[in-house]
Every structure is written in structure tokens, then in C-alpha cells.
Design a binder for this molecule. Structure first.
Ligand SMILES: [Zn+2]
Length: 438
């Protein structure tokens, strides 16, 4: 029987931040893992925004297969914006109750394609016990009624399932609180400690979100992010303690540690709606952080190529991508470019997979260096950090593997590698990759 496995996902941690921390000795748990593991960098998906990335990690497939397109998008069937939480003003603008329902329930129950198989479903079907703590892609085979008043929908999660105190498979005694950002990861740590103490899983997805908030606030090189990495370290150290020490932890568990996307510094922000202001009846613009999507409404008189040309010379946008027949065409510096010619990490596959998603806009927008596209509530992170674009800084993530034989080059390689570790065949949805091989 292979060793049990813990997948640790640190939201927004850049390779540079990880390397700095493990070399400085400020983060003993991360340093211990780094000194015992195999390190490399891997590429995220496009857009490099958390709901898309975490769903790609948990399904082993790009957005062309799992269908979660962005942090904010236009739902063509329901003719409305879906907003998963760009900022509080953004979710208020999209409708508070609807946004919470979309984020907590619908992302997994309705937006995530039934054709994609999650790692929890695949492991459960093979008779293994899968667990998930706080990760936003959680779909599994077990039904959980809500445990807080006011939430009326059940969720389907893995056998061990803990989601921000809203759904819990077991009474762990961990108390969820929103009194500050770090309290969310303290909840994850308390649950993780409980699970490791009981050895209560074969596979655990352990998701820590606090680092990303801090990096947005003060930028990827800022003091907030450095401090947040120490809190990440404490949350990983809590698992070691529960096992009786770091060595004992590694005797029991294999580890894959990675982040979902990077972050880059933001100096300026602009509304992506501006260049399309005269087309309000023909297009919907959905933008947040460093990515955007432009959707053509059914009676639009313009096409995607025209939308792309409108962004020529718009400083906030580095490139766009659209479909032209069977081809995917990028536009950069006022000229159309085949996606295979782009230098951005894994650009061709990422853009093809993003555009193969039926929930994607006709035009995908990747922001220029230093720029952010304001969200529905007008919010941005100028003076801090952000991500979402195709550029390397937003897209490259650190990956550490211990006790797992895996060649993880993209974040979609994680789920098939974990299944292979357990000797479980990967479902076809993890192989297909939107009909586009890497
Ligand atoms: Zn973020």
C-alpha cells in the first residue's frame, strides 16, 4: 500500500517567495519539506485566478474540460454575471445572496462540468478516503446538509470535508471565525491537526488562502506577504506536530506542495469596459484582477476580431485571444499572432483550453505588466499585488514533491500524479485536456 498523501496548496505563493523563505530559515516547516523534497516550477492555467486554478488542480484538467472560466463571468443560459468574490463591493454589485450561493454551492454543483471527474470522486470510487479542507473545488460523492442557519442547500463533498465552518463531515471541534484573515488558515490548521491525529484519510487536499490576501495587500515582495508565509508555515507545522514531528509526518505521508498561481506588483488600474462603452447592448465585459473576458450578446453586430482591434493601443492590455474558425489567434502589439508563437509559459495550450470552455467570453484579455482591470465594484490592488494574466509572474508556481514519483510541469498534472501514486487509473477527463494535447 502506498503512503497516504497530503496535497498542500498555498494560494498565490510565488516561486521567489518560496525560495526566499526556505533559504532564510524563517519558515522551519517549509524549509524542512524543501530540504527533503524535489523542487521545480510549474505553470498555472489561464486565467491564473483562484477558482479556475483550484478547479484545474482538483480535476487534473483545464477550463476547456471543467468549465469554470474565471473569477467573474457571464452566464449565457441565465443571462447574468457570476461573481465568485473579487471583492466585497464586487459581490454586492453582483448581488450578495446570489454571489455567496454561486461561490459556496453552484461552482461545484452547477458550473463544474459533470464530464470532469474530481480527484475526490476518483479516489472514493476506488475505495480510498479522500478529504478536503477549504479548497473551493470540493465535489465528491457524499452529501452534507448545511450546518449554519440561512444556508438551505446541501453540498456534495469528499468523505472528510471541512469548508469554512459551513459544511463539516466530522465534529473536529475546530471553530471557524472571520475575525481576521489568518483565522481562516487557523481553522484549516485545527481541522488538519484533528485529521492527522486520527490518521483519518488516504488523501487530503489542504488549502491555505491567507498568503494570497496578504500578497494582494502589500505586493508579492511586501512585508505583509513575508509575514503571511510564517502563518502558512505554522499551519503546515501543525500537521507535523499532530504526527509527532516532521520526520514522523514524512514516514506516514507523501506530500505535494504547490501554489495555484503567482502574483505581480500592480501600479495602475483601469476599467476594461471603457473601450466598449458604445457597445453596452452588444457585449458584456467581465474583468477582475489581471484578466478579462468580453462576451458577445446574441444580437451583436460586431465580432471577436473587431473587439480585439478595439484594444490596440489600450495600455492596460498586453494581449487578447479569440477563436477564428478552428484556430486560436492572439493579438499582441496591434497584430494577430498564432498562439504557438507566444513566449508566455505554456501559452498555446492555456489559451486553447480557456477558449474551449463554453462559459468563456468570445475574447479573452490578459493584462499588461503593472496593470489591473477593476472589478464590478470598482476595486483594484494598486500599490499591492495581483494575478490572472498569461505572463510568467502570474503563472509560474513552486512545486515540491516528497515520496511521490511525478513530473509535474503544469498544475493539471497534480491530480493524475496523485491517482498514479495510489495505483488508480486516471479518468479520461484528466487525459483529454479539451482535445488539445500539451
Ligand atoms: Zn488572489
Amino acid at each position: 500500500m502506498p503512503r497516504k498523501l497530503v496535497l498542500m496548496v498555498v494560494d498565490g505563493m510565488t516561486p521567489a517567495a518560496f525560495e526566499r523563505a526556505t533559504e532564510s530559515g524563517r519558515t522551519p516547516a517549509l524549509s524542512f519539506l524543501a530540504s527533503h523534497g524535489e523542487y521545480r516550477q510549474a505553470t498555472s492555467v489561464f486565467p491564473s485566478l483562484t477558482p479556475v486554478c483550484l478547479t484545474s488542480i482538483a480535476t487534473g484538467a483545464g477550463p476547456g474540460v471543467h468549465h469554470v472560466p474565471s473569477l467573474v463571468w457571464w452566464n449565457r443560459q441565465e443571462r447574468r454575471i457570476v461573481e465568485y468574490g473579487s471583492s466585497f463591493p464586487a459581490i454586492r454589485a453582483a448581488g450578495l445572496t446570489q454571489s455567496l450561493l454561486d461561490t459556496i454551492i453552484n461552482m461545484n454543483a452547477r458550473h463544474l462540468s459533470q464530464d470532469a471527474v474530481t480527484i475526490y470522486e476518483a479516489l472514493d470510487d476506488a475505495g480510498l478516503v479522500a478529504g478536503a479542507v477549504n479548497i473551493t473545488c470540493y465535489r465528491g460523492r457524499h452529501r452534507y446538509p448545511p450546518i449554519v442557519p440561512g444556508l438551505h442547500r446541501a453540498a456534495h463533498g469528499p468523505r472528510r470535508f471541512f469548508f469554512y465552518g459551513l459544511f463539516e463531515s466530522d465534529r473536529s471541534g475546530a471553530r471557524f471565525s472571520v475575525r481576521n484573515r489568518s483565522a481562516v488558515d487557523e481553522y484549516a490548521a485545527a481541522v488538519g491537526r484533528w485529521l492527522v491525529t486520527r490518521d483519518g484519510f488516504d488523501f487530503l487536499a489542504y488549502y491555505l488562502s491567507g498568503y494570497d490576501y496578504a500578497s494582494h495587500e502589500g505586493g508579492p515582495e511586501g512585508a505583509e506577504a513575508e509575514h503571511a508565509l510564517e502563518q502558512v508555515d505554522a499551519a503546515i507545522g501543525a500537521l507535523f506536530e499532530a504526527a509527532g514531528g516532521p520526520e514522523e509526518f514524512l514516514e506516514r505521508y507523501a506530500v505535494v506542495l504547490l501554489s495555484d498561481h503567482g502574483q505581480t506588483a500592480v501600479e495602475r488600474a483601469v476599467r476594461l469596459q471603457e473601450p466598449f462603452a458604445d457597445l453596452v447592448d452588444e457585449v458584456v465585459v467581465a474583468a477582475s484582477n489581471r484578466a478579462g473576458q468580453v462576451y458577445l450578446l446574441p444580437d451583436a453586430h460586431v465580432d471577436a476580431a473587431e473587439l480585439a482591434r478595439r484594444l490596440d493601443g489600450f495600455a492596460a492590455v498586453e494581449l487578447t485571444a479569440r477563436r477564428e474558425g478552428d484556430e486560436v489567434v492572439a493579438r499582441l502589439d496591434g497584430a494577430d499572432v498564432p498562439v504557438d508563437k507566444l513566449d508566455h509559459p505554456d501559452a498555446a495550450w492555456r489559451l486553447r483550453s480557456a477558449l474551449a470552455n463554453p462559459n468563456a467570453g468570445e475574447l479573452l484579455v490578459s493584462a499588461a505588466e503593472g496593470w489591473e482591470l477593476t472589478d464590478l465594484g470598482g476595486r483594484h490592488h494598486v500599490g499591492g499585488g495581483s494575478h490572472g494574466s498569461l505572463a510568467a509572474g502570474d503563472s509560474l508556481v513552486p512545486v515540491l514533491t516528497l515520496g511521490v514519483r511525478a513530473d509535474i510541469r503544469g498544475i493539471t498534472d497534480v491530480a493524475p500524479a496523485v491517482l498514479e501514486h495510489f495505483g488508480v487509473p486516471a479518468p479520461s477527463s484528466m487525459e483529454v485536456q479539451a482535445g488539445v494535447g500539451r
